[in-house]
Every structure is written in C-alpha cells, then in structure tokens.
Design a protein around this ligand. Sequence first.
Ligand SMILES: Nc1ncnc2c1ncn2[C@@H]1O[C@H](COP(=O)(O)OP(=O)(O)OP(=O)(O)O)[C@@H](O)[C@H]1O
Ligand SMILES: Nc1ncnc2c1ncn2[C@@H]1O[C@H](COP(=O)(O)OP(=O)(O)OP(=O)(O)O)[C@@H](O)[C@H]1O
Ligand SMILES: [Mg+2]
Ligand SMILES: [Mg+2]
Lengths: 258, 258
Amino acid sequence: RPRMIAVANQKGGVGKTTTAINLGAAFAERGYETLLIDLDPQGNASTGLGCDVTDRTFTIHDVISGEVSLLDSFCETSQQRLRLVPASHKLSSFEMALANQEDRLNLLKDILFEDNNLHDEFSYVLFDCPPALNLLTLNAMVAAHSVLAPLQAEFFALQGLSQLISSMRQVRQSANPHIHLEGVVLTMFDRRNNLSRQVESDARQNLQQLVFKTVIPRAVRLSEAPSHGLPALHYDTRSAGSTAYRELADEILRNHTK
Amino acid sequence: RPRMIAVANQKGGVGKTTTAINLGAAFAERGYETLLIDLDPQGNASTGLGCDVTDRTFTIHDVISGEVSLLDSFCETSQQRLRLVPASHKLSSFEMALANQEDRLNLLKDILFEDNNLHDEFSYVLFDCPPALNLLTLNAMVAAHSVLAPLQAEFFALQGLSQLISSMRQVRQSANPHIHLEGVVLTMFDRRNNLSRQVESDARQNLQQLVFKTVIPRAVRLSEAPSHGLPALHYDTRSAGSTAYRELADEILRNHTK
Ligand SMILES: Nc1ncnc2c1ncn2[C@@H]1O[C@H](COP(=O)(O)OP(=O)(O)OP(=O)(O)O)[C@@H](O)[C@H]1O
Ligand SMILES: Nc1ncnc2c1ncn2[C@@H]1O[C@H](COP(=O)(O)OP(=O)(O)OP(=O)(O)O)[C@@H](O)[C@H]1O
Ligand SMILES: [Mg+2]
Ligand SMILES: [Mg+2]
C-alpha cells in the first residue's frame, strides 16, 4: 500500500507547498509513483505544478463530495510518475458544510482506503495542507501514516511547532493510531543569519533525531519555479534548492528502508 | 469613532502579524490611542507584543463568548498608547462551534459597536487575521472600515490577491457596505531580486494607487523583534524595517486626513 505523508504546519508561509511539490518530484525522479493531493483552497500546489484554475477538470472537492472517483481525478504533471489531484476554492467552505456530519474526520481516509486501484498504482501519496489545524488538515492526519512538518527558521514558526505536535497526538488517540511524525525539515535556512542558527539549535535540542539532517536553504530558484508551473527540480535542476530536496527524499527513503 | 482596519490575507506568512504590530506601534508613537485585536489562534501578535500564553488573563475568545467585556480584556504593551486583546487557541474551533448560528458574521461587529467606551478611548483598531478566508477573517471584514492587505513580493502571494479582493466585495454586498481596501503593502521586498521587482510592477499595474508607495524591505530586525516581545520600532528603532513602518503609518494618516 502507498505510504501517505501529510505535509502540514498551521503556521503560514513556512514552505509546505514548496516541500510537497519538490519532494514529490524527487520521489518520482527516483522511480516511485507519487500522487500529490492539494487540500489547500488557495491551490498553490496545483498552480505550482502547472495546473491552473481553468485546467482543473476534477478537484479533490469533487472526489470528496462523491462526484468523481479518485482515479478519474488525476492530472499529469511535467514530472513523469508525479500525478496531482488539484484543489478548488470550494474547499474553503468544507468546515462549515460538514460541521454536523458525524464522520467528518474520516472522509478522506474512507475515499483513499476504498480505492483498491490506488494501492497498486502508487508508492507515495503526499497531502499539501492549508495553514490551519482545521478539518482539511485533520482529514489528512487521519488518512496519513505520518506528518512531515516544514519549519521555517524563524521565531513565530518555532512557537507553533508544539501545537502541531499536540494536534497530531490527539489524532493518534482518537482517530488514527498509526500517525507519527515523519520529521521536521528546516526551510528557508540562511547560515549567515543568527536567528536561523538559533532556531536550528533549539529544534535539534528539543526534537533531536526527529529533525532531518537535510536542511533546505533560502534559495530564490525555489520561489521562481512555481511561476513557470514547474518543480524547481525541473526549472533549475542544479540549483541549491533542487539538490536539497533530492537529499531530503534520499534521507526519507533511507528511513523507510531501515 | 475609531477607524477599524483588518490586516488580512489568506496567503500564509506574508507579514500580516508583523504589519499589525509595527503599524500599531507607529500609530501609537504618533499619539493615536490604538487597540490591536489578535484573531489568529496561533496568537503571534500577542506573543510578539510580549503577552505570552500564560500572561493572557482574558482573550478575544472570552470577549466574543460574552464572558468578559471588551474594556476588561485589554492588556498593556511596551508601547504607550498601544493596547492588545490577546488571542486564544480556542479560536480554532470558532468555525465549527458557530456553523449553525444565524448571525455568526456579526459577532465581532456587535461587540465593538455596543461598547461606547471604545469610541472614546481609541482612534485606531487593528485586527490581525489568520491565514484563511474563514469565519474569523470574515468577522473582521464585517466589523472593519477597511482591509489592509500585506503582499509578500512572491508569485504565490500575488496569485491569492484576487480572491481576497473578491471576498471583500462579497462582504460589502451582503454584510458591510462600508468595507473598502485601505491598500496593499508590499512586504519582504528585495530590490536585488527579479521576482520582487516583477511582483511590484504587476501589482502597481493592476491595482495602481491602491498599492501603497511605502514598500517594506526584507529586514532581519523585523523577524528578530518578536522573540524579545517588542515591536521592531522598540527593538531597533533606526532599522530599515522600523523606518518603513513609520513611513507606512504616515502615508495612511495622510490618506485619512485628505
Ligand atoms: N527554501 C526557500 N527559499 C526561498 N523561497 C522559498 C523557499 N521555500 C519556499 N519559498 C517561497 O516562500 C513562500 C512561502 O512558501 P510556500 O508557499 O511553499 O509556504 P506554505 O507553507 O505552503 O504557505 P501557506 O501557509 O500559504 O500554504 C513562497 O513564495 C515560496 O515560493
Ligand atoms: N519585512 C520583513 N523582513 C524580514 N522578515 C519578515 C518581514 N516581515 C515578516 N517577516 C518574518 O517572516 C515571517 C512571516 O511573517 P508574519 O508571521 O508576520 O506573517 P503572517 O502573514 O502574519 O503569517 P501567518 O499567515 O502565519 O499569520 C515571520 O517569521 C516574520 O518575523
Ligand atoms: Mg501552501
Ligand atoms: Mg500572522
């Protein structure tokens, strides 16, 4: 069965989408069939992979509302073996619409587990989550095996980490006994900046081996790539950002084969 | 009556909290009594002004649920004339808890208008909004006179602007005929970076005079200040970030006296 990883952090702008896109592309490059599901109403992962609002025949919102099967909703990306289920603005009313539904936390999980084809098709499924511990993110945590938390090397981002971890613990106790932390990855790291180094040392001290050895540097090519609808691995394959995400993929793959 | 400004943008990490704190401090420095209401469950504006989770006697959640009056919930900050109503984690269940309540969009507005003392006490009220077009942000848009939208000079941030503006228009048609765009302020701007300059020229072309002349540069002192619980205007008064936020305050004040 595919390994499912939720890329989540309620702090905004920490690199969730950039990590989901480029880690997905790196898994695909290494031969693993990968599916990226965009759960953010902003739809940045969809746009960043070249699937603009007008190109989205079906979205994850259509899948969750039962209008189309998961298998019919995939779209191809520029990266072979990386497929996408795009987001929709309609996701922003998800919470309000489902407030009274009993099994509202299991919607995503039920869809993914029903679909036997998924199990044969993919090795990895990544969820790009919105910047909130809301019903969409919780659905991803209930469906996933693990949470990958990008941590921007900044003060506010470090503050929010304990809340993210405690939410994950609550999901483990109530809805998904398997969910664990895949790891924390430092993003937008600038070696010359005291604050960056301070956040790194705090994180490694508190979380130890849960913090990936791989650190993603602040690299302008990572923020340019989405405007071309490409992962950075395609946009500028030898750039520092591309190299770092390949290293992160290798580190995760090593952990999975241990 | 105080002018109420919602600092909002559903894109995460664009500088909403940094703008709310430092613009608030600049208004206060210029002699205007200012109240900052932290509507984000993360509580970054509260922490950034030195009001840690353990110091928060009352929060905006307590005020909205009717447990305490607005006037009793203020706490002082290091800046004279700048007061804060802190956030609470409980805000994250706001949406779910109020899904069935008829007047759920007017809760904040009703509290602010009932309170006559507020009218005599303050010249400005700023709302720091969470990274979502959810019930909390919509409540701020219904209560406020205007929306101030920080725009990070990046591709994904520019993408989200049209959705923010269309949400504001919907609020104007349905719940608050006065709401208008105070302006868009470019943040984390780096003159040496092509993408930054590209985003600026796109924004000024599409939105023209709605984009403030003042541009907030990427400045490390702005991201260091919150770990000391101080606005940058206190932490490093002569830094580029502090100067830029003072200029922004002056530009807004000039617009208000025209
Ligand atoms: N390592 C990096 N170096 C430079 N820029 C980066 C890096 N990672 C991400 N960015 C840029 O920073 C901004 C925020 O990143 P991104 O949108 O991936 O974060 P996010 O956590 O998904 O945001 P949101 O909370 O809104 O979903 C984007 O404009 C992105 O292009
Ligand atoms: N002009 C700037 N220069 C450098 N760093 C900045 C600047 N403005 C904000 N920052 C830093 O960037 C990060 C994001 O800013 P901030 O938290 O204010 O954004 P936000 O929009 O409030 O985020 P969220 O969507 O999570 O509420 C913070 O760590 C902040 O300290
Ligand atoms: Mg994102
Ligand atoms: Mg904020």
